[in-house]
Design a protein around this ligand. Structure first.
Ligand SMILES: *Cc1c(COP(=O)(O)O)cnc(C)c1O
Length: 228
């Protein structure tokens, strides 16, 4: 399948998943995960209608963003180290993977210096799996509260990566937990921003993510094929 055909297919699956649960497909943002994908192939995806690209590594992201700045919106979805933040602030429209108050503080500081508000999501390790990035769910509320107090950050919601499984249904309970956590946090009134975004679902489980309320899905393999 060509990239254009794959994008079309993924769109169709997003539409169907949204329809199954009575959601509007336009409320779901398709983020093309472009790690390891060369610029020409990203361009092909953009031609096929991709509007948002997500990168994992700062070094790899910068040249791609510089080349394709006008063609697409860029998100950062990978693990982020403090010393790399300066390369991203103001360059990416959303950072999905903020996993500590310290990191958020540093982002806010740099964003302030550049006179902007940086949109971010809090990464939550909803399954509690060892060795995985993200805030433990029982620390989420206090973390959200602390980050919401930062001046140059807009905390728009949360992201999670469930344990890997070949079976998409296996992700459902984790996605549901993240949605419930979001709803609880909203009802507590501890956020200053909308906090409605849920970044959940990859190639193997994005339809389940959408059924459980994802507003952003991050899809690589289903668009670009297997990575080597
Ligand atoms: C690579 C990656 C994706 C996309 O994964 P696929 O299974 O290829 O769709 C999504 N999110 C993150 C954080 C990734 O690193």
């Amino acid at each position: 399948m060509s990239i254009a055909e794959s994008v079309k297919e993924v769109r169709k699956r997003i539409l169907n998943a949204a329809n199954r649960v009575g959601r509007r497909p336009e409320d779901i943002v398709l983020v093309a995960a472009t790690k390891g994908v060369e610029i020409e192939r990203i361009r092909e995806a953009i031609k096929a209608g991709i509007r948002v690209c997500g990168e994992n590594r700062v070094q790899e992201a910068r040249p791609k963003m510089d080349m394709l700045k006008k063609e697409a919106s860029w998100h950062f979805i990978g693990h982020l180290q403090k010393n790399k933040i300066k390369y991203l602030i103001g360059e990416v429209d959303l950072i999905h993977s903020v996993d500590s108050i310290e990191l958020a503080g540093e982002i806010s500081l740099l964003a302030g210096k550049r006179g902007i508000i940086q949109d971010i999501l809090l990464e939550v390790n909803i399954s509690g799996e060892k060795g995985k990035f993200g805030i433990p769910p029982d620390k989420a509320k206090e973390t959200v509260k602390a980050i919401s107090g930062l001046e140059n950050i807009s905390l728009n919601g949360m992201m999670t990566i469930p344990p890997f499984s070949e079976t998409p249904e296996y992700s459902r309970s984790y996605f549901r937990s993240l949605r419930e956590l979001r709803d609880e946090i909203i009802s507590l009134g501890i956020t200053t921003s909308g906090f409605k975004e849920l970044s959940m679902g990859m190639s193997n489980d994005f339809e389940v993510g959408i059924e459980e309320g994802a507003t952003l899905v991050r899809i690589g393999t289903a668009i670009f094929g297997e990575r080597n």
